[in-house]
Design a protein around this ligand. Structure first.
Ligand code: G6P
Length: 610
C-alpha cells in the first residue's frame, strides 16, 4: 500500500500535491516525494521519512509548475531510503512515475533492460515501470508509452505518470490497486483514494481495473483500456468527508482492516504459492536448498498477536513438516538461557518490526549463532534489517492498534513455510496440492464470512453488557481462542480468557454461570466430538454458548445459543477463517460500549520499550 496523488490545472501543483499526500499518509509513511513538469526542467524531490519531512525540505525552494505527481511510500521491495523513494524516473530523466502495487515480473524485466545497458538507481520493483515507460516514450505520446509498458508488466498497479518535457499531460492507470480521478473546473486530480481530492471536488471517477486515464490541461480527459479502446467514464458524486474516506467509509481503521483480509491474505501468498506443485517459494529466506533441508528445529518468537500466530505455526509445522517447533514469548526468551544449536532456525514474528522485546530476542538468538529470519510487515524496520532473511507480509499499514490483518497474513506466511518444509521432508505432491489449493480458496472464503457482519452485530447486541467472557478452542483453534479473547480485552476492556477447551475443567469451569458467555470454536475437524463434549459441560452449568461452526453442521445449533457458520477448509488453515468472526465480535462489542477502538487506552501499536 502506498499513496499517490496527481494534479494538472492552472494552480501551483506543489501545495495541492502535499495536502493530498497528507490525506493519504495512512497508506504509508516510509518515504515521500514529488515531481513537477513545467516543460523546462526535471524537478523531482524525494527523501526517506514522512510527508512532514518532505514539506520541510520543500519550504526552502518549492518546485514550480502546474502539473505534477507525488507519492507516500509503504515499502515492499527495497528498504525505505532516498533512492527507493518515488517518483521514479527513467534512464533519460524524461518521465516520472509514482506507483502503488507490486510488479511481480520486475526481476525479469530489470535483467532484460540491464543487459541493454539501462542503469537502475533503486532496488524497487516500481523503477522497472518508469524505465519501461521511458523506453517506449519515443514520439512524444505519453499515453501510448504507458499503454505499451503496461502490456509488459504483471502484478498490481495504480500509477500516476508525467513527462518532464510536456506539462500538458498527466496519465493515471490501474490494475488491482485503487485510483480515483477528481474532476474539477479546468483542473483534474488523481489519487489512491478520494480523501486526497475531496477538498477540491466532489465529482470523481473510480477508475476500473485495466483502465487508463489521459488528463490534459483545461480539464480535458479520456478514459481507455490498456489496449486503447475508449471507455465511457462514470462520474460519481461523493458525500463523505476526508476522514471517512481514508477509512474507506468504515467507522474505524480496525473494521476497515478486518474487511481488507481477503485482499491481504491474497497479497501474502502472491507469487509465493505454487498450487500445482503443491508447495511454495520463499526467496526472501535467503536459504539455499541444502540449508533448508538441514533444519532440525525451529523456534518461533513474538509478542501479543504475533505470538498467537506463532502458536498456529507450531501446530502446522510439527504436523505437516515433522520438525520440532518451540514458541517463545520474546520477553521471556531474551532473559532465559535458550539452547541453540547449528541446526536451529529462529523466526521472529512482528507486524511492526520494532517491538523492543522481539528485537532483543532476535539479537540474543543471533549472538548465539542461530540463523534468524523475520516474518514482518514493515519493510526496512529494525527487525527486518537485522534478520538474515525473511518473508514480508505485504499487508499494507495496519493503523488500528489491535492487530487483525497482520495476524491472518502471518498465519498465511506460516502456512507457506509449512508447505515448503513439509514437501521437502514429509508430505506427497498430492497432499501438498490439497493444502495449496485450500490456501488459494481462503481469500474467497474470508470474503464470505465478512458478509455475516450483520449477524455478528446482533450477537454483540445480546452480550455487550457482559463483563466476563471465556473463549475455547482445541488443536489449531486453541490459539484462535487466545486471539479472540485478546481482541475483546484490548478494545472493549472486557475481561476475557482464552483456554484450550478441555483444560477448562481444570479451573475456568468454576467461573461459568449465566453471566459468563463462552465463545467456542467448534469446527468439524479432528477434535469436533471432543469440543462438543466441552460444550455440554458448559451448558450443564447454565452457561450460554456462541459457537463458530462449519457450514452444513446440523448438530451444533442444538447445543449453542448462537452459531456463526464458516466455510470448510483443511484443519491447518481453519484459524484463518475462524478468527474473522471473533475479530468482528470484539469490534462490535467495543463499538456498542462506546470504546476508542483504534486507540485503546494504555496500549500502543508498536511497543518500543521493554
Ligand atoms: C502491541 C500491539 C499488539 C501486537 C504486539 C506485537 O502490543 O498492541 O497488537 O500484537 O504489540 O507487535 P508486533 O508489531 O511485534 O507484531
Amino acid at each position: 500500500m502506498c499513496g499517490i496523488v496527481g494534479y494538472i490545472g492552472n494552480q501551483e501543483a506543489c501545495p495541492i500535491l502535499l495536502a493530498g499526500l497528507t490525506a493519504l499518509e495512512y497508506r504509508g509513511y516510509d518515504s515521500a516525494g514529488i515531481a513537477l513538469a513545467n516543460g523546462k526542467m526535471v524537478q523531482i524531490i524525494k527523501d526517506k521519512g514522512n510527508v512532514a519531512h518532505l514539506k520541510e525540505i520543500l519550504k526552502k525552494s518549492p518546485p514550480m509548475g502546474t502539473t505534477g505527481i507525488a507519492h507516500t511510500r509503504w515499502a515492499t521491495h527495497g528498504e525505505p531510503s532516498q533512492v527507493n523513494a518515488h517518483p521514479h524516473t527513467d534512464f533519460g530523466n524524461r518521465v516520472a512515475v509514482a506507483h502503488n502495487g507490486i510488479i511481480e515480473n520486475y526481476s525479469v524485466l530489470k535483467e532484460m533492460m540491464k543487459s541493454e545497458g539501462v542503469r537502475f538507481r533503486s532496488e524497487t520493483d516500481s523503477e522497472v515501470l518508469s524505465q519501461l515507460i521511458g523506453r517506449y516514450y519515443t514520439d512524444g505520446d505519453l499515453a501510448a508509452a504507458v499503454r505499451r509498458a503496461l502490456l509488459d508488466v504483471e502484478g498490481t498497479l495504480g500509477i500516476a505518470v508525467i513527462a518532464f518535457d510536456n506539462p500538458d499531460i498527466l496519465i493515471g492507470a490501474r490494475k488491482g490497486s485503487p485510483l480515483v480521478a477528481g474532476i474539477g473546473t479546468d483542473e483534474l486530480f488523481l489519487a489512491s483514494d478520494a480523501s486526497a481530492v475531496v477538498s477540491h471536488t466532489k465529482n470523481v471517477i473510480y477508475l476500473k481495473d485495466g483502465n487508463l486515464i489521459e488528463m490534459r490541461k483545461g480539464g480535458v480527459f479520456h478514459t481507455m483500456t490498456f489496449d486503447n479502446r475508449a471507455v465511457n467514464p462514470e462520474i460519481q458524486h461523493i458525500e463523505w468527508n476526508a476522514d471517512a474516506l481514508a477509512k474507506g467509509g468504515f467507522n474505524h481503521f480496525m473494521l476497515k482492516e478486518i474487511f481488507e483480509q481477503p485482499e491481504t491474505i491474497r497479497n501474502a501468498m502472491r507469487g509465493r504459492l505454487l498450487a500445482e506443485e503443491g508447495t511454495s517459494r520463499l526467496d526472501g529466506l535467503n536459504l539455499v536448498l541444502p540449508e533448508l533441508r538441514s533444519i532440525q528445529r525451529i523456534i518461533l518468537i513474538g509478542c501479543g498477536t504475533s505470538w498467537h500466530a506463532a502458536l498456529i505455526g507450531e501446530y502446522m509445522i510439527e504436523e505437516v513438516a515433522g520438525l520440532p517447533v518451540e514458541v517463545e514469548y520474546a520477553s521471556e526468551f531474551r532473559y532465559r538461557n535458550p539452547i541453540i544449536d547449528p541446526h536451529t532456525v529462529v523466526f521472529v514474528l512482528s507486524q511492526s518490526g520494532e517491538t523492543a522485546d522481539t528485537l532483543a530476542a532476535l539479537r540474543e538468538a543471533a549472538n548465539r549463532g542461530a540463523t534468524v529470519l523475520g516474518i514482518c510487515n514493515a519493510v526496512g524496520s529494525s527487525i527486518a534489517r537485522e534478520t538474515h532473511g525473511g518473508v514480508y507480509l505485504h499487508a499494507g499499514p495496519e493503523i488500528g492498534v489491535a492487530s487483525t490483518k497482520a495476524f491472518t497474513s502471518q498465519v498465511t506466511v506460516l502456512a507457506l513455510l509449512t508447505l515448503l518444509l513439509g514437501r521437502m521432508r514429509r508430505i506427497s505432491h498430492a497432499d501438498g496440492m490439497k493444502i495449496a489449493k485450500a490456501l488459494a480458496e481462503i481469500p474467497k472464503q474470508a470474503a464470505k464470512i465478512l458478509k455475516k457482519n450483520e449477524e455478528i452485530i446482533e450477537i454483540a447486541r445480546t452480550y455487550y453488557k457482559h463483563n466476563n467472557f471465556l473463549y475455547l478452542g482445541r488443536s489449531y483453534n486453541f490459539p484462535v481462542a487466545l486471539e479472540g479473547a485478546l481482541k475483546l480485552k484490548e478494545i472493549s476492556y472486557v475481561h476475557a480468557e482464552g483456554y484450550p477447551a478441555a483444560e477448562m475443567k481444570h479451573g475456568p469451569i468454576a467461573l461459568i454461570d449465566k453471566n459468563m458467555p463462552t465463545v467456542v470454536i467448534a469446527l468439524q475437524d479432528s477434535v469436533y466430538e471432543k469440543v462438543l463434549s466441552n460444550i455440554q459441560e458448559i451448558k450443564a452449568r447454565g452457561g450460554s454458548i456462541i459457537a463458530v461452526a462449519t457450514e452444513g453442521d446440523k448438530q451444533i445449533a442444538k447445543h449453542a445459543q448462537h452459531v456463526i457458520y464458516i466455510p470448510e477448509t483443511v484443519d491447518m488453515l481453519s484459524p484463518l477463517l475462524a478468527v474473522i468472526p471473533l475479530q468482528l465480535l470484539a469490534y462490535h462489542i467495543a463499538a456498542l460500549r462506546g470504546c476508542a477502538i483504534d486507540q485503546p487506552r494504555n496500549l500502543a501499536k508498536s511497543v518500543t520499550v521493554e
